[in-house]
Design a protein around this ligand. Structure first.
Ligand code: PLP
Length: 395
């Protein structure tokens, strides 16, 4: 076989991509599978947003743009940060990228040198540790389990930081757990971060608008203004506006860091799609009713799914404050079906129950499974029935 770099050999294949392949294989064999694996809204992009993309094509807005994104979109992002997060940024502090995934990858490449440490609380979004490995950095992953609501404590953060720590990545509401940090919890983390000036902070606010927590959503830089100079506030249109395929993510942050990120982007992908940028302007500046409608629907599905999961033998699931994922603890259910780990448990549900879920190990949380409820109520009802039947049959 042809040699590939050591860098790429360090990276694990994504568990969600692996699942998609496995589901496709079983479907091809004629099996009836309901997939609760996907990480994207099941809604179409709202028509007024999509129309802006079509108009961009028709009007010939189809050329290169500035690497960092067009001024009109940067202004829409500045207005969004001001309106929704009470954060002030100038144009030279904003970078638009091909998805927030690229934003975060740019940031990691911009600040991490070989051997530098990046604190990534587990359970984590699968991409963070592998992005750190691609940058020759070392992911440090303190575990926040169900007994602490899947949220990192200030003491854990303090213990995880060393002189080599360059970056701390915080995702709230969290993929995969749905947990969101309150202002007081962010303040406590902020008090630790204030003491470690070498640490840059990345807040991943992708699920800001898929949120139903008791307190209003808050972002770290908002709660800890003294950290403003070190925080890169990351967001995007993928989840909030059902625009995953358009690939627009963005951030606001310190000028030196954002400029460095832009340099990296300029030599990799250049500007994000001109067409998608036009659609994103409409998404951010337009009527936000579509966001509220989708959120309402996700909340109803969340309530239904979490209640159903907690009725399954050996399964417990905390309520989330947002996202479209339920993260269930399945250690006892694993014993019931007689499997040794969560990978085998997910495989059991897939083969015997016809339900595809993502094992928790991939998110740094063994003995769990992640279900996406970004699917119809009918599918959710049917998949809960199937899981119940499979688990009862093994009891
Ligand atoms: N951050 C989190 C926590 C996510 O779950 C995702 C998507 O799955 C992203 C970032 C990236 O989103 P996108 O690249 O579509 O903007």
């Amino acid at each position: 076989s042809l040699p590939v770099s050591k860098r790429v050999q360090r990276v694990k294949p994504s568990p969600t991509v692996a699942l998609t392949g496995r589901v496709a294989q079983l479907k091809a064999e004629g099996k009836d599978i309901i997939s609760l694996g996907v990480g994207e809204p099941d809604f179409d992009t709202p028509v007024h947003i999509a129309d802006s993309g079509v108009e961009a094509i028709r009007k010939g807005f189809t050329r290169y743009t500035p690497v960092e994104g067009v001024a009109e979109l940067k202004d829409a992002i500045i207005a969004k940060f001001k309106r929704e997060n009470a954060l002030d940024y100038k144009r030279n502090q904003i970078l638009v990228s091909t998805g927030a995934k690229q934003t975060i990858f740019n940031l990691i490449l911009a600040v991490v040198d070989p051997g530098d440490e990046v604190v990534v609380p587990a359970p984590y979004w699968v991409s963070y540790p592998d992005m750190v490995l691609l940058a020759d950095g070392i992911p440090v992953m303190p575990y926040a389990g169900p007994e602490q609501g899947y949220k990192l404590t200030a003491a854990q953060l303090e213990a995880a930081i060393t002189p080599k720590t360059r970056l701390f990545i915080l995702n709230s509401p969290s993929n995969p757990t749905g947990a969101a940090y309150s202002a007081a919890e962010l303040r406590a983390l902020g008090d630790v971060l204030v003491k470690h000036p070498q640490v840059i902070i990345c807040t991943d606010d992708m699920y800001e608008h898929i949120y139903w927590g008791k307190e209003p959503f808050v972002s770290l830089a908002q709660v800890c203004p003294e950290l403003y100079d070190r925080v890169v506030t990351t967001n995007g249109v993928s989840k909030a506006y059902a625009m995953t395929g358009w690939r627009i993510g963005y951030c606001g942050g310190p000028i030196e860091i954002v400029t460095a990120m832009s340099t990296i982007q300029s030599q990799s992908t250049s500007n994000p799609s001109s067409i998608a940028q036009k659609a994103a302007i409409t998404a951010l500046n337009g009527d936000q009713e579509c966001v509220r409608e989708m959120n309402k629907s996700f909340k109803a599905r969340h309530d239904f799914t979490v209640a159903g999961l907690n009725k399954l033998p050996g399964v417990t699931c905390l309520e989330g404050a947002g996202t479209f994922y339920a993260f269930a603890h399945v250690e006892k259910a694993m014993k019931i079906v007689g499997v040794k780990d969560d990978n085998a448990f997910a495989e059991h549900l897939l083969v015997h129950g016809g339900v595809a879920v993502v094992p928790g190990s991939g998110f740094g949380a063994p003995n769990h499974m992640r279900l996406s409820f970004a699917t119809s109520m009918k599918n959710l009802e049917e998949s809960l029935k199937r899981m119940e039947k499979t688990l009862r049959a093994a009891q």
